[in-house]
Ligand binder design. Structure first.
Ligand code: FAD
Length: 466
């Protein structure tokens, strides 16, 4: 059987939904194809469950560690099962409200269940889903990512956790080893520490959060240490074994050999795009250095009829990317993704001191510069009351939404750049700082922190304080 639509979107997660809604709002028909569960990673096993649990445990942590003495707060025994059940109930509610009901509000979006495979890309895209072949002039691949499992001897044969299992455990382990000191590893490690586990985070690089500024790593490392977590950086893990419900992890640091024994190991070493079986190579879609689909700022791949968004192209602003992809796939405008860094750009640190000057290369080839007030980041984090809202959220505050311009003086856009709300645009011609604070509206989420009358710095402090 053959069916057709104006646009095909493969993957019903954040990026896919944003793309479908953008197209439907413009009156186009969409086939939104999903092999698994509606909503994808964010609502099911990502942002929503992790931030729900982090927020819940933060409440308890603050009650047990109040900044003011004499309040008479006491911690009752925790019912971890009830906390996880609350999280699951919220996930189900949000999936219903945010996705199923949203879909119902856009009748031109057809929800198609099944795994998609691209059979042809030109002149139109043909995608097979079971017995049906869907046909559309354009297709957006938004198939997301999955945890990357480190190739460590013995690990594959053990019942290790990924973030998915860690968010729905059968029991809270008394000792947890986290392999990976990135955002997911740290925030889930801290979560389990606050649930009562003795947590050790093992990171191969010399510092936690190796993709962030060293100052950010230092602040986070200090905060986690002050809470009682063990952090082991510059560590190579050689072997993992599992016997009698105990893991044994062996490895090396500069100081020598180490061995850890405990009940659970969480592998949080990053994620890899879900592209297998999609038929991308057969139709000539090129990949980027991180194994995602290579796209330009319009989210167009090397094949003109195929676009990509979200984790499938390795730039982690799924909803924004999905919307931009649909905009260009359907010729609805010229909105561009502002993301640089990572695969698209190259970050240079060009001055020292408290206010750092960064230089980056825009996707259009020009350079732009912006500054990050490192001291303000550190100050804000010092002022925060104990407890993270989740490293992802702190990163979002530190690292996102600043305005940029390209070297030709062209108008910039809003995107995700290191520096975020503490950044100020720099006038290229004068080479000096532009002291006007940045507007605070958030075009992705539509909120306006400026409406609250907050300065960028205070807003940043709020992000870090939780
Ligand atoms: C623990 C954790 C915490 C996180 N916290 C945050 C946070 O606080 N803030 C933040 O911004 N990000 C966070 N993230 C990242 C965020 O969840 C992802 O970047 C985002 O959900 C990716 O959306 P997506 O639409 O690209 O992919 P997904 O949401 O994964 O959707 C892809 C969909 O495609 C489907 N699919 C795959 N292959 C096929 C196929 N062949 N045919 C049909 N369908 C297919 C999949 O079943 C899936 O439903 C977190 C991630 C994790 C794991």
């Amino acid at each position: 059987m053959e069916q057709s639509a104006d646009l095909m979107v493969i993957g019903g997660g954040s990026a896919g939904f944003a793309a479908a809604i953008k197209a439907a709002t413009a009156g186009r028909t969409v086939a939104l194809i999903e092999a698994g569960v509606m909503g994808g990673t964010c609502v099911k096993v990502g942002c929503v469950p992790s931030k729900t649990l982090i927020a819940a445990l933060n409440l308890r942590w603050r009650a047990l560690n109040p900044p003011v003495q004499g309040l008479g707060l006491r911690g009752e025994a925790m019912d971890a099962g009830a906390v996880f059940a609350h999280k699951q109930a919220l996930v189900e509610t949000l999936r219903e409200e945010r996705y199923r009901q949203v879909l119902a509000a856009y009748p031109t979006v057809r929800w198609v269940e099944g795994a998609a495979r691209i059979e042809a890309a030109e002149p139109a895209v043909r995608v097979r889903v079971g017995e049906t072949v869907w046909r559309a002039p354009r297709c957006i691949v938004a198939t997301g990512s999955r945890p990357w499992i480190l190739p460590i001897s013995g690990l594959a044969g053990t019942p290790y956790w990924t973030s998915t299992e860690a968010l729905s455990p059968t029991a809270v382990p008394s000792r947890l080893l986290v392999l990976g000191g990135g955002a997911v590893g740290i925030e889930l490690g801290q979560l389990y520490h606050r649930l009562g586990s003795a947590v050790t985070v093992v990171e191969a690089s010399e510092r936690l959060l190796p993709r962030e500024d060293p100052e950010v790593s230092a602040v986070v490392t200090k905060a986690l240490g002050a809470e009682g977590m063990t952090v082991c950086t510059g560590a190579a893990v050689d072997r993992v074994t599992y016997s009698q419900e105990r893991f044994t992890v062996e490895g090396r640091t500069a100081e020598g050999h180490f061995q850890w024994v405990g009940e659970a190991v969480l592998v949080a070493a990053g994620r890899r795009p879900n592209l297998a079986g999609l038929g991308l190579a057969e139709v000539g879609v090129a990949l980027n250095a991180r194994g995602g689909i290579a796209v330009d700022e319009r989210m167009q791949s090397s094949v003109a009829t195929i676009y990509a968004a979200g984790d499938a192209e390795c730039v982690y602003v799924a909803a924004e990317a999905g919307s931009v992809a649909a905009t260009h796939a359907l010729g609805l405008g010229d909105r561009r993704i502002g993301v640089v860094g990572g695969a698209a750009g190259h970050l240079h640190r060009s001055t020292g001191g408290q206010r750092r000057l960064y230089r980056n290369r825009s996707r259009r080839g020009g350079d732009f510069r912006y500054s990050l007030d490192v001291a303000a980041v550190v100050r804000a984090s010092r002022h925060r009351q104990r407890g993270a809202r989740g490293v992802h959220q702190a990163r979002r505050g530190i690292g996102h939404r600043t305005r940029h311009r390209d070297a030709r003086g062209g108008g910039g856009g809003w995107g995700d750049h290191p520096g975020g709300s503490l950044c100020r645009p720099i006038r290229h011609d004068l080479g000096g700082f532009d002291d006007h604070p940045l507007p605070l509206s958030d075009p992705v989420r539509g909120g306006t922190a400026g409406g609250l009358g907050l300065s960028p710095r205070r807003r940043q402090a709020l992000v870090l304080c939780g």
